[in-house]
Design a protein around this ligand. Structure first.
Ligand SMILES: [Zn+2]
Length: 414
């Protein structure tokens, strides 16, 4: 069915290359922090493209930009499709941007096809997904679904004390529309993104239907020993905070394989006091990021980290504290969207597999509001958040075709 929905590959590619110029780096990456001048230029072009495509443009208080394709019943809940145009510092061209431009191309393809959807379709660019300049990340979608109050998000400041509100005004994206779903609600949300992992590239599969997102726990561990001179103090008479911490860190890195096949653990921060070459460390502080799709595995992992820290500190005569900083449970995307994606991928004639995401995305917030889902395209060698991030153009096209068919399935579903 619907094999008459065709994306315009030339238009899609020209657009992708044009957008990649806004904040382009010498090494072929993208440096386009949220609400920067480069972000403004990308947004300005996006608004222009939405208008050229005949879509009604709406900008909300948080600077989320929507383009609405009026189709079918105007009072029906729209299908929402999109991603984010902001980037990491010296990040890649595909993360976020590909999803926004795929959504726009898909809606244009549907609008140009003879098929008449039963409901409107809206393209969206969510403000500040990356969370590098302003925290929290996934800000625009968070405000939209009511996860965090819009006023608080507008007050968030960057390192220079400049607020989201001030920057939205400065770049002209402090919109009039309320940051909330339409009265009719949202029928469904679909986002395409680069995988940011190696699975699709390893297997040579162009598209993944995303089943869900890993659960995660963040811990902050503080180990207190005793500072003393590195020379005269015998080894048996020390309480070395760093020695205890590194014993525990070694165990943290061994932990995932004992928890589940997909579990990962990372110690990403380490601070030592007094951090002096000839002083036994008095304090060592480190973080643990623990993830799995299996929430039991994450919970067991947290308990195991606490036990390993206790055992290591006991051996070294050190005190410790393990703070549970945050915990997000794993999330499953909607069966309805996954089924639509299975049909869409088949209709597009694209080879696909199912996958779970280890990284967070705007679609997670949307799943709390409506039926949400995602498609992934490959990241060559799994690189992301770096200028080396790359996706073969043929895979971008396969993803866009699968996306257009999936969006149409949702827009014509009863
Ligand atoms: Zn992203």
């Amino acid at each position: 069915m619907h094999d008459d929905v065709a994306i315009d590959t030339d238009r899609f590619r020209e657009r992708f290359e044009a957008y990649a110029e806004f904040g382009a780096t010498d090494a072929g990456g993208l440096h386009r922090l949220a609400l920067s001048d480069a972000d403004r230029r990308a947004r300005d072009r996006f608004v222009e493209d939405l208008r050229d495509a005949g879509l009604d443009v709406r900008i909300d208080e948080l600077g989320n930009v929507f383009g609405r394709y009026e189709a079918g019943d105007p009072d029906a809940a729209p299908v929402l499709v999109g991603s984010h145009l902001d980037s990491q510092p010296y990040g890649g061209r595909f993360d976020g941007q590909l999803g926004v431009l795929t959504a726009l191309e898909a809606v244009q393809a549907i609008a140009e096809s003879p098929v008449e959807p039963d409901r409107p379709v809206e393209v969206v660019n969510w403000t500040n997904e990356e969370g590098t300049r302003f925290q929290p990340s996934m800000m625009g979608s968070s405000g939209y679904v009511g996860y965090e109050p819009v006023e608080e998000l507008l007050d968030a400041t960057d390192r220079d004390g400049v607020s989201v509100r001030e920057e939205l005004e400065r770049i002209g994206y402090d919109g009039d529309a309320p940051c909330e779903p339409p009265e009719a609600g949202v029928h469904s949300f679909l986002e395409l993104h680069v995988e940011q992992g190696p699975v699709l590239d390893d297997e040579g599969v162009p598209v993944a239907i995303v089943d869900g997102v890993y659960g995660l726990s963040w811990l902050r561990v503080t180990v207190d020993g005793e500072a003393n001179h590195a020379g005269p103090t015998p080894m048996h008479d020390r309480s070395d905070a760093l020695a205890a911490a590194t014993d525990a860190i070694r165990e943290v890195n061994r932990l995932p394989q004992q928890l589940s096949a997909d579990a990962v653990a990372t110690v990403g921060e380490l601070a030592v006091e007094p951090n002096s070459i000839n002083v036994i460390p008095a304090r060592a502080e480190f973080t643990v990021d623990l993830r799995s799709y299996d929430d039991d595995a994450v919970d067991r992992g947290v308990e195991r980290v606490e036990a390993e820290v206790a055992a290591a500190c006991d051996r070294h005569g050190a005190d410790y504290e393990v703070e549970r900083v945050s915990r997000h449970h794993s999330l499953s995307f909607s069966d309805r969207v996954r089924d639509a994606a299975d049909r869409g991928v088949a209709a597009a004639g694209v080879d696909a597999r199912h996958l779970v995401s280890g990284a967070g995305h705007d679609a997670q917030h949307l799943q709390t509001l409506t039926d949400a889902g995602m498609l992934f395209v490959p990241s060559v060698d799994g690189y992301t958040h770096t200028e080396a991030e790359y996706t073969e153009w043929a895979d971008c096209v396969a993803g866009a075709r699968a996306f257009a068919h999936t969006a149409l399935e949702l827009a014509t579903e009863n």
